[in-house]
Ligand binder design. Structure first.
Ligand SMILES: *Cc1c(COP(=O)(O)O)cnc(C)c1O
Length: 390
């Protein structure tokens, strides 16, 4: 039931990206460059692509396709449904499902040729009975080396490797573990996990082994084994504490819907937690915590600011501008008094993070990590992908 309106005769096509309240530009060229850089740093090991959680919030279809076209043939997802979706874009890749298999999902693994990463003794028993009934199908084994999250206990796994009564048809194609402190290169716990995993790799001799995510790749060749699993570094986030990220991939922007003059002495946003100390120009921006621009990024009035540390910054014209007062559900207020008058007007976009305001600097301002900002962007973002050949 569509009615004719005056607007139908309007033949000017408006690009949603140009009028979006919040918008995200994903530079797939940078994504691919970062993946290649992590592959280079992985030496002779193969390098997987980690695309769980909708490719760290940046879009499974576009990021998965770009990484596949760049040559990635091993992919990791968190849950089986992600694997089913990815299969469309990565036809002949090996797709590992990190949370393994749950009763009722057997068919999905066989029909879409997905590899469960077995994470517990219960899953191992399930998988043995599934393959006994339906025939052999590849799986991977996750062995716990100290994380206490996923994985078969170390000694049980080694005993299993050496068990001659293990069915010959049972065929793990990968043994893996995960470092808990790879982002802290000085931690002695990295070497402890490495040594445990070296025992695993020796017990499963002949089966490819994988230990390192982004951070572990920087720990050096001993940590590379046969397959590396870089995620955050590929998406342009910091992998190692204190080490600069590779190329930024995501640029998040929000629209300025109003610019207002506010007198010295007046207050800003809920709770009146910020009082202006000068006559100010404020940009009211259409992004808030519903868009993953976290309330903890507020300039004042939230517990994280109690120590006096500044809140997050945005970027407009050529100027870094601070968030002032509390971030609200759909709106955030920036102090743009220092932006030269001709460089800002209502309708312009302010960068929340991207090439000028680093993802991890914004994350730190909110007491979190780049991973969480990316995966929490929310549903209102209009997305634009820049392809490597653009
Ligand atoms: C998420 C994840 C990765 C990738 O980690 P990054 O820190 O993003 O590089 C690798 N391996 C496992 C098991 C993971 O869960």
């Amino acid at each position: 039931m569509t009615e004719q309106t005056d607007f139908d005769s309007n033949d000017i096509l408006i690009d949603d990206f140009d009028i979006a309240p919040v918008r995200l530009t994903v530079d797939l060229g940078a994504l691919v460059d970062n993946w290649r850089e992590m592959a280079r740093r992985s030496g002779s090991a193969n390098t997987a692509a980690i695309v769980k959680a909708d490719a760290y919030g940046l879009g499974l279809e576009d990021c998965g396709t770009a990484l596949y076209e760049a040559g990635a043939r091993d992919f990791f997802v968190a849950v089986v449904q992600e694997g089913v979706t990815l299969r469309t874009y990565a036809p002949d890749a090996r797709i590992y499902v990190l949370s393994g298999i749950w009763p009722g999902q057997e068919r999905l693994f066989f029909d879409h040729d997905l590899v469960p990463v077995i994470i517990s003794e219960e899953q191992l028993a399930l998988w043995m009975s599934v393959t006994a009934e339906h025939g052999d199908h590849p799986c991977a084994l996750h062995i716990d080396t100290g994380f206490n999250r996923l994985g078969l206990p170390l000694e049980e796994a080694i005993a299993f490797a050496e068990d001659v009564s293990r069915p010959a048809s049972f065929s793990p194609v990968l043994v893996m573990s995960h470092l808990h402190s790879g982002d802290s290169p000085a931690s002695p716990l990295n070497r402890a996990q490495l040594e445990s995993f070296q025992r695993v790799a020796a017990a499963f001799e002949g089966i490819p082994a994988s230990l390192s995510a982004s951070a572990g790749i920087f720990l050096g060749p001993e940590y590379h084994f046969d397959l590396t699993r870089p995620g955050i570094a590929v998406y342009g986030g910091e992998a190692v504490n204190g080490m600069k990220a590779l190329k930024p991939v995501a640029k998040a922007e929000a629209r300025i819907i109003q610019i207002r003059e506010a007198p010295s002495g007046s207050t800003v946003s809920y709770g009146a937690t910020h009082q202006l100390s000068r006559n100010s120009r404020l940009a009211i921006v259409s992004a808030g915590y519903a868009d993953g621009y976290l309330r903890s990024l507020s300039g004042s009035g939230v517990p994280i600011r109690a120590g006096g540390a500044p809140g997050a910054f945005g970027f407009i014209g050529n100027t870094r501008v601070p968030v002032i007062g509390r971030v609200t559900m759909d709106l955030t207020i920036f102090d743009v008094t220092d932006v030269p008058e001709g460089e800002i007007r209502a309708g312009d976009y302010i960068e929340l993070f991207g090439p000028n305001i680093l993802l991890d600097d914004t994350a730190r301002a909110g007491g979190t990590i780049g991973y969480e900002l990316l995966t929490g962007l929310g549903l209102r973002y209009e997305r634009r992908y820049l392809y490597p050949d653009d």
